[in-house]
Ligand binder design. Structure first.
Ligand code: DQA
Length: 147
């Protein structure tokens, strides 16, 4: 069966392409979903991309991933800096977890410098724009191969 990688996105990322484009660019989340799926296909796995503005929904998707995903790529958005619940959920997931931020959070306000999710992530990508998602797919391919 083809392996699936779950790409999860937190609050406000549904507005990607419209929201502060000077920071996040003009690509939409749909563009990201398509680019990642095309790239993953070259490596022989599938990606699905989901977004929610609700913390509990993201926690539920992480729980679902325990049953049916080989890895998780996550941009937790603002929940990065606040959510112990999401960190705890990710701790229950056994496969690789990669954290993506479109912007370079370290160049921004100090409250964006700390990430709860990084305590679980196997790798973190920040400041590469939406290309960061594709870089994460590439890295995921390596990690799944060496499983
Ligand atoms: C973000 C950075 C977060 O600080 C912010 O709250 C976001 C997006 C990024 O992709 O750069 O919503 O995760």
């Amino acid at each position: 069966m083809t392996q699936r990688v779950s790409i999860l996105n937190g609050p406000n990322l549904n507005l990607l392409g419209q929201r502060q484009p000077e920071i996040y660019g003009y690509d939409t989340l749909q563009d990201v979903a398509r680019k990642c799926a095309d790239l993953a296909a070259l490596f022989g796995f599938e990606t699905t991309l989901e977004q929610s503005n609700y913390e509990g929904q993201l926690v539920d998707w992480v729980h679902e991933a325990r049953e049916n995903a080989a890895g998780i790529i996550i941009n937790p958005a603002a929940l990065t800096h606040t959510s112990v619940a999401l960190l705890d959920a990710l701790h229950t997931f056994e496969g690789p977890v990669l954290e993506v931020h479109i912007s370079n959070v370290h160049k921004r306000e100090s409250f964006r410098h700390h990430s709860y999710v990084s305590l679980r992530a196997d790798g973190v990508i920040a400041g590469f724009g939406v290309e960061g998602y594709e870089l994460a797919v590439r890295r995921m391919a390596t990690l799944l191969k060496s499983d």
